[in-house]
Design a protein around this ligand. Structure first.
Ligand code: HEM
Length: 406
């Protein structure tokens, strides 16, 4: 381990990230994993980078709580952002979490997802036709971002002509989850929750008056609740719809965008996938591992916890660094190499345990169809200069990827 790595680990502060870090966080992650895998931050929180330590945290929900009320109170004050994030299932422990998760999982069953496939293929083919007609395109705006917005819109049956503002709201609300936010990001996030709630109230009222098919329409399912009479309150219903719309947008956009950029930067792997389209499933898993679109998760200790020789008292904030764990050489051979045929590949891009991503089967399907059909149609695509990064630590991806489809 050289002096530079020691420096990187010693000076790492989640609240003071550098431009170099946003461009390429992996040297820092590697240094932390080797030097200080349970790293205390100046603000008293801890930053975990080893695969096994993340597994411990994900699996022990009693010791590592997902409830964010304590953490978000000083960050958001009494605001709509606070109300939204603390009502979402992902930031709650049982029993609130269990109730909402059961309802959502029911609507994301393997059968429901298989039924979405024909529409998804038709959507991707339509977008590819548009790309072919344009020639000069932005892989994010014209392709990657256009897919999840339609898929999640369909899932909640949001009328097509009303989908336009969803992506902007979603980016603003999730942007407020960055480790440090300024007044402007806070204001943008709050007004996005306000606008989103206003819209959803209308959508829910319409759906109550005219219910959809609960096997396919998540909103109808959430409104009706379980057969045993279990229901969500109005507040839970609205905020969890917002969460669902957000959870599936940016992450899946980034899976597709990161995948096409990574393949372009690794021509041998790109050629291998074009020549062996049957590798698309392992390729999607490898993209999820190599450039995880959700890089950070958070928990709070509920009791004193010992990890890597460090004792953290109860009430400690802990950041789980998925991006670092997914390149841990104790778990993955040659982890810094993109290998689209990698097996096994037990990455943590969707986390694991009680909060494991509820939409992962859908995300995998979207990634596989989008990337394989794009490569099939435009095997010679080339990027026009360096793509523009989103500049976020939590959600890793690109804002814009200018490209010639070839
Ligand atoms: C590549 C795409 C995606 C990635 C990388 C991703 C990643 C994650 C991760 C890491 C978590 C766990 C967060 C934690 O507990 O700290 C999570 C939770 C969740 N995700 Fe995803 N996600 C993706 C796509 C989707 C999609 C498409 C949907 C919905 C259709 C979705 C819905 C959810 C929900 C509802 C949860 C909360 C589960 C719970 O708390 O029980 N995600 N996701």
């Amino acid at each position: 381990m050289n002096a530079n790595a020691r420096e990187l680990a010693a000076h790492f502060d989640i609240e003071k990230l550098t431009a170099e870090f946003y461009a390429d966080p992996y040297p820092t992650y590697r240094a932390l994993r080797e030097q200080e895998p349970v790293k205390r931050m100046p603000n008293g929180s801890y930053f975990l980078t080893r695969y096994d330590d993340l597994l411990t945290a994900y699996k022990n929900t009693k010791a590592f709580s997902s409830d964010k009320k304590k953490e978000f109170a000083p960050k958001y004050g009494a605001s709509l952002l606070y109300e939204h994030h603390t009502t979402s299932l992902v930031f709650n422990d049982p029993p609130a979490h269990t109730r909402v998760r059961r309802l959502i999982m029911g609507a994301l069953s393997p059968r429901a997802i298989a039924e979405m496939e024909p529409d998804l293929i038709a959507l991707v083919e339509r977008l590819l036709d548009n790309l072919a007609a344009k020639g000069d395109v932005d892989l994010i705006e014209d392709f990657a971002a256009a897919i999840p917005i339609e898929v999640i819109g369909n899932l909640l049956d949001v009328p097509k002509e009303e989908r336009e503002p969803l992506r902007g709201w979603s980016l603003a609300i999730l942007g407020a989850l960055e480790p440090v936010i300024g007044a402007e990001a806070f204001a943008r996030g709050n007004s996005a929750v306000d606008d989103f709630l206003g819209y959803l109230k209308i959508l829910v009222a319409r759906r109550r008056a005219k219910p959809g098919n609960p096997d396919r329409d998540v909103l109808t399912r959430l409104i009706h609740g379980e057969d045993n009479g279990e229901r969500l309150t109005e507040k839970e219903l609205l905020h969890n719809c917002i969460f669902l719309l957000n959870a599936g947008h940016e992450t899946t956009t980034n899976l597709i965008g990161n995948g096409l950029v990574a393949l372009s930067a690794h021509p041998t792997q790109k050629k291998r996938l074009i020549e062996n389209p049957g590798l698309i499933k392992t390729a999607v898993e490898e993209i999820l591992r190599f450039e995880s679109s959700n890089q950070l998760g958070n928990r709070m200790t509920m009791e004193p916890v010992q990890l890597g020789g460090v004792t953290m008292p109860a009430g400690t904030l802990v950041t789980l660094c998925i991006g670092a764990a997914n390149r841990d050489p104790r778990q993955f051979n040659d982890p810094e190499t993109l290998d689209i045929g990698r097996t096994p590949n037990r990455h943590l891009a969707f986390a694991t345990g009680a909060h494991q991503c509820a939409g992962m089967a859908l995300a995998r399907l979207e990634g596989a169809i989008a990337i394989s059909r794009y490569l099939g149609r435009f095997p010679a695509y080339t990027l026009k200069g360096p793509p523009l990064r989103g500049g976020r630590a939590r959600f890793r991806g690109f804002l814009s990827v200018p490209c010639v489809v070839g």
